[in-house]
Design a protein around this ligand. Structure first.
Ligand code: KG4
Ligand code: ZN
Length: 345
């Protein structure tokens, strides 16, 4: 069965075709980063309008790349939430119109389930069960994953997400949007031990996170450095970036390993945009090797938002028998806020 999938929950338009037997056949992506950069963050209305312009050309490009036509498509998947309402509506309405016009089933997909299953797009595939560290711009969660649709929340952020911590501290330091990649590039040239920053909730007894205090600590440090010596030197900026990245990575890695120890599982899977962070990757590889376990990451291109993970998650749900393919109703809604537990079995 061939499924086309649409992702438009935030600032990336993604389209992909996946075969339930053979896996990913083709995908295409347009990132709106350049468009939002001058505003310092995502402007929802601009995002929606841009999705409208990109989605059909990307669909044509994807079908062409896969060497198939619309006639070969058997089902249509789309991100139904969580995300920006207007942006979600673009993918949802295109997908539902496609499905209705061609008499195909439409499959709404939870964006986080897409991220969660995206490491299965790589080889070797992690086997279930595993612990997943889901670290995106909007979410920071530790999950126990026992199979498709079998997700148990072990811990999550009480305030800012890890990606948000990267983005907000990068903004304070005058770095571009999105902040994560910019901050980690600068951090690569810095000394993480020069400025000691807090590791919130590091020793709490649970698996929860909190990152909003880190942002305040960076702001306070920035102000005191500026007060003492005016504008920061390049070295100071790099050291502060390195200290910030180290603080975020320390907490994420510590809690992920704690979850591994608590669940006694041997496999850790990292997903979401922050999973692209090199320091985090290196730390988790080292820590899991020390425990005799394995860590899995999605291919870098599938860490941030993309259509492949949405079409793939739909295919996994079909293969697991979790989709009612006979449902011919094309009434739909999007869910800007949507608990992952709602798609659990
Ligand atoms: O998963 P994603 O593309 O979008 C959401 O669903 O939120 O994640 C985007 C987040 C942003 O906060 C971005 O700054 C962060 O992932 N990010 C990174 C890196 N690449 C992307 N954070 C740290 N280091 C990176 N290399
Ligand atoms: Zn995402």
């Amino acid at each position: 069965m061939i499924i086309i999938g649409f992702e438009s929950s935030c600032d990336e338009t993604g389209v992909a075709v996946v075969c339930t037997q053979r896996g990913l056949l083709a995908h295409a992506l347009h990132s709106q980063i350049a468009m939002h950069r001058e505003y310092g963050g995502v402007v929802p209305e601009l995002a929606s309008r841009d999705h409208i312009q990109r989605i059909l050309p990307l669909t044509e490009a994807t079908l062409q790349q896969a060497g198939i036509s619309m006639d070969d498509i058997d089902a249509v998947a789309y991100t139904a939430g969580p995300g920006l309402a207007g942006a979600l509506l673009v993918g949802a309405s295109v997908a539902q119109a496609f499905a209705w016009a061609r008499g195909l089933p439409a499959i709404p997909v939870h964006h986080l389930e897409g991220h969660l299953l995206s490491p299965l797009l790589a080889q070797p595939q992690p086997q279930f069960p595993f612990v997943a560290l889901l670290v995106s711009g909007g979410h920071t969660q530790l999950m126990r994953v026992d199979g498709v649709g079998k997700y148990e929340l072990l811990g999550e952020t009480l305030d800012d997400a890890a990606g948000e911590a990267f983005d907000k501290t990068a903004k304070l330091m005058g770095l571009g949007y999105p902040g994560g990649p910019a901050l980690s590039r600068l951090a690569a040239q810095g000394d993480a031990s020069r400025y000691d920053l807090p590791r919130p909730l590091l020793h709490s007894h649970d698996l929860d996170f909190s990152f909003s205090g880190l942002k305040t600590a960076v702001l306070t440090r920035l102000k005191s450095l500026e007060k003492a010596g005016g504008a920061l030197s390049d070295g100071q900026r790099a050291d502060l970036a390195a200290g910030t990245e180290a603080a975020i990575v320390d907490v994420l890695a510590f809690k992920a390993i704690k979850a591994i120890k608590q669940t006694r599982l041997k496999r850790l899977v990292v997903a979401g945009g922050v999973g692209a962070n090199r320091r985090l990757r290196a730390r988790l590889v080292e820590s899991m090797a020390a425990l005799g376990g394995d860590v899995f990451f999605p291919p870098l291109e599938f860490c941030t938002d993309n259509g492949a993970m949405i079409a793939f998650a739909a295919a996994q749900r079909v293969n697991a028998g979790l989709v009612d393919l006979s449902d011919g109703s094309h009434a739909f809604t999007v869910r800007p806020r949507w608990d992952l537990q709602d798609v659990c079995v």
